[in-house]
Design a protein around this ligand. Structure first.
Ligand code: DGJ
Length: 856
């Protein structure tokens, strides 16, 4: 007697006709609940309607009775010898019914019965299963519908190699769930061995999905829509056919990594779909590895990081376009048939006209507190493409490097890793989505996301290029007096043969200007430190002015097209970072500057994009690598900087918000969202950035842009990462007092605004007012902001996220001179009451604002 353990159950009592060391397992002994049937339920040792198994006058004691369409998948682990059976239409169907029986091994058809009709004699099956891991038994309806298709797998037996491993019936389709707390991407393996994805928000299917639903679809072999992958193989074949190989899962702490392995059916090309799951945050990071094991070079024409599918009904896209000083302008639109493309073809500073972050909302236009929304953010600072391919029955979101002019060659053995796509899900609208993403970013997306950010004073808007040692040090005492913690010296401190006194010369010559700073940078840092402030410096390592010693010495180090007139932007050119000498030069300058004693902060700027994308360094057949190789070299430089200077804080800047993404941000602490610091513009702009980025990373400086009242400007800056860009020497004592009050208040609330949860309350776009609040993680403290953009009335602002049972004392901070106290000033109220009744702010006139603390 043999014992077969399967699916945790021990099957006893069947005396198998064992051959040698092998063991015969009757199909009927498996868990038949896993076998689908087009009518009724599959029966062990009986026909589908419960009568004995009979085909054309012959009775069978054992076997399985089912009904077309039927499917059973059995895991046999590569340890089975053969599958044998007698198949046919059960007599209970009379002369009716017709069906075809199919046996598959690992998705490949091994045997077909051809059409069998009611009354036809049984057909014998005997299929070799050597090496097969999954055996699939299918009954199809014969093409005439499934009426009366009573199908018998009579005398059906799987012969195993030995008596130790037993076959196990598994779910009819292999489903590969990639799942966080309330979000799931459901992948499923079809009969054809390909990987499919069910539309986000819908359950797995009980049949092989149609080809348009292939996950990560490939060009050239039947898929007719926008592909995720397009490869030219070493032999010139332009088609790819990826088959599922398996899945690997690994957990580290709160994160799980899932890697789905795919392999081309005819070429040694591996594609691995990788996911890092942050279950509690409902955040998934997704990227793809493409491994060339062919014996020649292959070319990637298209290689998306993600290609998720969505149901098209009610699907809306919110995306962000703009330009210098007008970044992050939102548009929400319903996706309609055709392909909507958000992209950039400008290489560095690639986000000047649009950010690679968007929101897909599945239940109509997105709302703050309800509806299913998915934020997507591509961690890539180079040319990107997010294509939303609406094919009628579905929408596919393809995101990744822009395939435009970017064919990438892979030598044998080389691996291409795509940038990471970050997805953040919420079933309760945008607010929850952002809170998830902010928490993820503080933990994984930024440097030192749990460290407080200092109050910063920058000289750019105050002095521009017009300064020397004395003028800068002259700003220190007033800066210290109002509570500044960090001073940042901007552009204009370097260049001797060609002094950097404006933006037309000196870029690339990183020696301090001897006239302005005779003893270099160190004394400036020392003076700041002596006053208890830190010191930071501006750099733009990737660029050069033609009027510079660097360009005189190395005209071939710039990105340019031979035989074309050099095109300048802001009178500058981009250095070709694919060239090793340029990589060494940029690293040296960064290292030298950041090693100056006392420098603990740097602003990394980038003030032009690529318009003539040619590399004098790369070979003729590698010119299309420029876009990607530039970015890889840049990230290597950023990574080295972060590693070698772990205590130096970094601001990511690109002539405003021309480079804002999580690809670069992981080496930085914050980013400069826009040169436009007009607080009227910043209220909506910071709102829009906050969909994706936590306020502690959104630099917000008080300046004179727009000539708005200083108290209003200060309050707007306090709602993000607070700083100033003012000539304090020229400021009136009243204005200095407002700034000092704002800094003091900011220091009191920054733990809550930088580490707490953000609730967007009143959308400011085209509105009279905007409002936000922050709540500390323990919900003991909160801060409410109201920004009055046009004249109105002081209606209560209703905070969210408070602890309803906790008592909060209400206090306005840094109340504007001459303004009356708010009605709740100094009073205690429960969280429930505050959320229900709100707080009446002290502002009602245009360009006034109010910040209220709710504390124990
Ligand atoms: C552009 C930045 O956005 C500004 O803040 C300033 O640093 C200038 N560059 C300096 O050239």
């Amino acid at each position: 007697m043999r014992f077969f353990a399967y699916a945790g159950v021990v099957a006893l009592g069947w005396l198998g006709a064992a051959t040698g060391l092998g063991g015969d397992v009757p199909l009927a002994s498996l868990d038949l609940k896993q076998m689908t049937a087009g009518w009724s339920v599959t029966k062990a040792n009986a026909g589908i309607n419960g009568t004995p198994l009979r085909i054309a006058g012959h009775t069978y004691n054992q076997g399985v009775g089912t009904h077309a369409a039927s499917r059973l998948r059995v895991q046999v682990y590569g340890k089975a010898q053969k599958f044998t059976a007698q198949v046919g239409i059960d007599e209970s169907a009379g002369k009716n019914g017709s069906a075809e029986f199919i046996v598959q091994g690992d998705g490949v058809v091994l045997w077909r019965s051809g059409l069998l009709k009611g009354g036809d004699p049984a057909k014998a099956v005997s299929v070799d299963l050597a090496g097969v891991k999954f055996l699939t038994l299918l009954v199809e309806d014969g093409g005439d519908g499934s009426s009366h298709d009573h199908a018998d797998w009579a005398d059906a037996v799987i012969t195993m190699n030995d008596g130790v491993i037993a076959p196990v019936a598994v779910a009819p389709y292999e489903v590969v769930p990639v799942q966080t707390k309330s979000f799931a991407l459901n992948f499923q393996v079809g009969d054809d061995g390909r990987l499919y994805q069910t539309q986000v928000g819908t359950p797995a299917k009980s049949a092989t999905p149609p080809r348009p639903e292939e996950a990560y679809p490939q060009a050239g072999d039947g898929y007719i829509w926008e592909p995720a992958l397009q490869v030219v193989h070493a032999d010139g074949n332009t088609s790819t056919t990826l088959k599922y190989q398996g899945v690997m899962r690994a957990s580290t702490g709160a994160q799980e990594r899932v890697s789905i392995q795919l392999r081309d059916a005819a070429y040694p090309l591996d594609v691995i779909l990788n996911f890092r799951l942050h279950a509690e945050r409902d955040v998934i990071e997704q990227w793809v590895e493409i491994r060339n094991h062919e014996n020649g070079e292959i070319t990637l024409e298209r290689m998306a990081s993600a290609a998720l599918l969505f149901a098209p009904q009610n699907l809306y896209l919110t995306h962000f376009s703009g330009d210098w000083a007008a970044e992050m302008q939102p548009t929400t639109e319903r996706l309609t048939p055709g392909t909507k493309i958000l992209d950039s073809k400008i290489g560095v500073r690639a986000h000047q006209f649009g950010n690679p972050s968007f929101v897909l909302s599945l239940d109509g236009p997105p709302l703050e507190n309800s509806g299913r929304v998915l934020a997507g953010s591509l961690a890539w600072s180079g040319s990107f493409q997010c294509a939303f391919d609406h094919q009628g029955g579905q929408v596919r979101a393809l995101c990744g490097v822009n395939p435009f002019a970017s064919a990438y060659h892979l030598k044998p053995g080389e691996i291409f890793t795509t940038p990471t796509m970050i997805w953040a899900w919420s079933t309760n609208g945008l607010g929850n989505m952002s809170r998830h993403l902010h928490a993820w970013a503080r933990e994984n997306g930024l440097r030192d996301g749990h460290e407080p950010r200092a109050v910063l004073l920058n000289n750019w808007e105050a002095t521009g290029f017009d300064f020397d040692f004395k003028r800068i040090v002259g700003l220190y005492d007033p800066a210290k007096a109002i509570g500044t913690e960090l001073f940042l010296l901007d552009d204009g401190w370097f260049g001797n043969k060609y002094p950097r006194v404006d933006d037309r010369a000196g870029l690339g010559d990183w020696a301090p200007n001897r006239q302005r700073l005779p003893d270099g940078l160190a004394p400036l840092a020392t003076e700041a430190i002596q006053r208890g402030m830190r010191f930071g410096i501006w750099i733009e390592p990737e660029m050069v002015n033609p009027k510079s010693e660097l360009f005189e010495q190395h005209p071939d180090w710039v990105i340019r097209q031979p035989k074309r007139e050099l095109e300048l932007q802001r009178t500058q050119l981009t250095l070709d970072l694919t060239r090793p000498e340029v990589q060494a030069f940029e690293w040296d300058l960064i290292k030298n500057i950041l090693s100056v004693p006392g420098i603990t902060y740097a602003k990394w700027d980038c003030n032009r994009y690529l318009t003539q994308p040619g590399s004098p360094y790369l070979a003729a057949n590698r010119q299309s690598h420029l876009w990607i190789d530039y970015m890889r070299a840049l990230y290597a430089l950023m990574e080295k900087t972060a590693k070698e200077f772990p205590k130096t804080e970094l601001m990511l800047c690109s002539g405003g918000g021309g480079r804002v993404d999580y690809g670069a941000l992981k080496y930085f602490h914050e980013f400069w969202p826009s040169d436009n610091t007009d607080p009227v513009v910043r209220v909506p702009m910071q709102w829009d950035y906050s969909y994706f980025f936590p306020p502690l990373a959104i630099a917000s400086h008080v300046t004179h842009w727009g000539n708005r009242p200083l108290h209003f400007a200060c309050t707007v800056a306090m709602s993000a990462r607070f700083g100033m860009d003012l000539d304090l020497v020229k400021l009136s004592s009243e204005d200095r007092a407002i700034c000092a009050g704002a800094i003091q208040a900011y220091k009191q609330i920054r733990e809550v605004t930088q580490q707490g949860n953000l609730y967007r309350l009143e959308r400011p776009h085209d509105a009279v007012r905007g409002a936000l609040n922050f709540v500390s993680q323990d919900r003991a403290r909160a801060v409410v902001f109201a920004f009055q953009l046009k004249d109105g009335v002081a209606l209560p602002v209703k905070p969210q996220g408070l602890d309803p049972n906790r008592q909060y004392t209400v206090r306005e901070l840094n109340r504007a001179p001459g303004r009356a106290a708010i009605p709740l000033e100094g009073k205690k109220r429960s969280g429930a009451e505050l959320m229900r009744e709100g707080v009446v702010p002290s502002c009602a006139k245009a360009l006034t604002a109010c910040v209220v603390e709710l504390a124990p």
